[in-house]
Design a protein around this ligand. Structure first.
Ligand code: TYC
Length: 102
């Protein structure tokens, strides 16, 4: 009989925790919202600088859309809704959407 302490087979139970996907907030171009208003909303809601806001606005203006920032899903959705509402409250069709990052 062995006196050695039997070693319990140890199974590696490493739970696989996946990092929740980040979601992009995307600014969509339209023909009616003034450029300065778009810049103001980007600064207020997304805390971008004047310069960053201008670049995002002009990219959406020229290409049709531009990624503003990425956040956890609930944050992205809340910010997109608030920014879209800011446009609506001022009578503009400004739109922000969200989509999961690849
Ligand atoms: N295209 C608008 C204009 O010419 C400006 C604009 C830019 C509106 C970006 C929306 O996401 C936008 N007044």
């Amino acid at each position: 009989m062995s006196t050695a302490t039997p070693t319990k087979p140890r199974t590696a139970t490493r739970a696989k925790v996946e990092r929740p996907k980040l979601h992009k907030v995307i600014l969509l171009n339209d023909d009616y919202t003034p450029r300065e208003f778009v810049v103001r909303v980007l600064k207020a809601e997304f805390r971008l600088t004047e310069d960053q806001s201008y670049r995002v606005m002009i990219t959406a203006h020229r290409k049709g859309s531009c990624v503003v920032a990425v956040f956890p899903r609930d944050v992205a959705e809340t910010k997109a809704a608030r920014a879209t509402d800011a446009g609506k409250a001022a009578g503009f069709p400004l739109q922000f959407t969200t989509e999961p990052e690849a």
